[in-house]
Design a protein around this ligand. Structure first.
Ligand code: NDP
Ligand code: HEM
Length: 499
């Protein structure tokens, strides 16, 4: 056998026996002084960290963004500085509702989180495979997620809770229509688009601001499972996405996406029939065409899933010079939520873990705390606060975003007042051909099995307002009923708690 390195304890001492515990006599009890045994068992007890409260099941890989078109007139972000520029990145794809052990081929929105390791810090675009979302106010996010998770008494998913919430929240119609269309169940991460979803902003050296949306279109084409096919896939393997992504990259099949932006001049706000900061709306391509930016390629698998994918921490608050936020209320909520989640899930210094650490120098004044394992010294022990007279990093105003004019009275504004939740889902419904509509109706009807009739009726009332054909199709599919056992099998039957 080739030379093998000697096993050591975590303190570095060579180990003489890694097979047999230390016992008092051949058949005697074990000795407390066997610290190697104790260390092994104690470490095992600490091998798990909390799973993500949402998006727990995920798959990730590393790659690059290569710029193919000059958009530097809109933004001075270094990542877009010149055609041909390459920036390293990490993408973690995920499902939203399932736990870490959930099957991959389940109908759900897919997370599409990108960390760009730019030369001026990490830029995280934490999006989904859909351009819109179920709710438009962050106050409703925890309620929405509760309907996707397990019922407190049955400990099963509850279709009743989902449809109750959705039918009482018509802003969800656009996302619900996408979720139950073909694109709600891609066959693998390679075969779906990604969207930044929110409206962000760009700003340039002249101090001009533009509103921007980000799109990543798959070069592999859109491929999806029907409900029936997914039942077969899950029966065969629960890890179909991991197999497809990891296996494909190992074989040298590198998935790619074309990156685009939509750009809205700052002064267009108020001129569109939809609120450009409403996350339940898209900007129609006819109004704001896609502008090419570059190509994203994934070409390297992580060496250690836990270290590089489970410990990856994405946050919409990670922006860089030239990229800013917007008044999108959901985005505003998310700017707080993610770093808070990471401090809980990973610990105070999660940003210093290798997968999260920027690839550029980092100089800040955060100092102590659990797991302070990284070097972040100013080079002068007296310069540990700012301002100081002893050196150390200082601000540079050239990184300041241009001022944003805001006005108005502080109030809890009704986001449903005067808001059209039906036109954009209608435009989508009209994009579908007859077979796509047929599958949409069947998928919806399958997911509604066992849901109380008054809730189904309320939801169909919304479909009616999108298009009477939408409502009629779902009604017909529900009446067929018996055609949906296959899909019903993917969700436990609804169990109504006693009043
Ligand atoms: P366009 O005809 O210019 O664009 C249609 C868009 O719909 C394309 O981006 C296409 O993606 C996407 N699409 C096609 N089938 C589906 C599906 N089953 N689920 C989700 N998206 C799909 O139209 P508009 O820009 O005027 O938008 C019309 C409707 O298209 C919108 O109301 C919205 O529902 C949907 N849409 C719009 C997007 C936008 O940013 N404007 C983005 C995605 C969807 P692809 O090119 O990859 O095939
Ligand atoms: C993960 C909160 C809306 C995409 C998470 C996590 C939290 C969270 C706490 C877990 C983070 C972690 O532990 O690492 C919220 C809140 C939202 C919201 C409060 C609304 C107010 C959205 C929206 C999108 C989105 C609109 C997409 C457009 C994601 C993705 C992940 C995630 C992709 C997984 C990131 C990863 O791969 O690690 N979200 N979320 N979320 N969220 Fe959201």
């Amino acid at each position: 056998m080739a030379d093998r390195t000697t096993l050591t304890t975590t303190a570095g001492a060579p180990v003489g026996d890694n097979q047999n515990s230390l016992s008092a006599g051949r058949h005697g009890p074990l000795l407390l002084q066997d610290y190697q045994l104790i260390e092994k068992l104690a470490h095992q007890n600490r091998e798990r960290i909390p799973e993500r409260v949402v998006h727990a099941k995920g798959w990730g890989a590393f790659g690059q963004l290569t710029i193919t078109n000059d958009i530097s007139r809109y933004t001075n972000a270094r990542v877009f500085a010149q055609v041909g520029k390459k920036t390293d990145l990490l993408i973690r794809f995920s499902t939203v509702a399932g736990e870490q052990g959930a099957a991959d081929a389940e109908r759900d929105v897919r997370g599409f989180a990108i960390k760009f390791y730019t030369e001026e810090g990490n830029w995280d675009l934490v999006g989904n495979n859909t351009p819109v979302f179920f709710v438009r106010d962050p106050l409703k996010f925890p309620d929405f997620i509760r309907t996707q998770k397990r019922h407190p008494r049955t400990n099963m998913r509850s279709p009743t809770a989902m449809w109750d919430f959705w039918s009482l929240s018509p802003e969800s119609l656009h996302q619900v229509t996408i979720l139950f269309s073909d694109r709600g169940l891609p066959i693998g991460p390679q075969f779906m688009n990604g969207y930044g979803s929110h409206t962000y902003s760009f700003w340039n050296d002249a101090g001009e601001r533009y509103w921007v949306k980000f799109h990543f279109k798959t070069q592999q084409g859109h491929r999806h499972y029907t409900n029936e096919e997914s039942v077969g896939v899950i029966g065969h393997t629960r890890e179909s996405y991991q197999e497809a992504l990891f296996g494909g990259i190992e074989r040298g099949e590198y998935p790619r996406w074309n990156m685009f932006v939509q750009i809205m001049p700052e002064t267009d706000v108020g001129k569109t029939p939809y609120d450009p900061f409403d996350l339940t709306k898209v900007w129609p391509h006819g109004d704001y065409p896609l502008i090419e930016v570059g190509v994203v390629e994934l070409n390297r698998n992580p060496d250690n899933y836990f270290a590089e994918i489970e410990q990856a921490a994405f946050s919409p608050s990670n922006i860089v010079r030239g990229i800013g936020f917007s008044p999108d209320k959901m985005l505003q909520g998310r700017i707080f939520s993610y770093a808070d989640a990471h401090r809980h899930r990973l610990g105070t210094h999660y940003e210093a873990l290798p997968v999260n650490a920027p690839r550029c120098p980092v100089h800040h004044y955060h100092k102590d705390g659990a797991m302070r394992f990284f070097r972040n010294d100013t080079g002068n022990p007296d310069a540990y606060y700012e301002p100081n007279s002893f050196g150390g990093p200082v601000e540079d105003r050239k990184y300041l975003e241009p001022p944003l004019r805001i006005s108005g009275e502080a109030m809890r504004y009704d986001h449903r007042e005067g808001n059209d939740d039906y036109s954009q889902p209608r435009a989508l419904f009209h994009l579908f051909d007859d077979t796509q509509r047929y599958r949409l109706f069947r998928n919806l009807a399958a997911a509604m099995q066992g849901v109380p009739q008054h809730i189904v009726d309320r939801q169909i009332g919304h479909f009616e307002k999108i298009d009477p054909a939408y409502a009629a199709g779902v009604r017909a599919a529900l009446a067929e009923g018996s055609g949906f056992e296959d899909a019903r099998d993917t969700q436990p039957p609804a169990f109504e708690p006693a009043e």
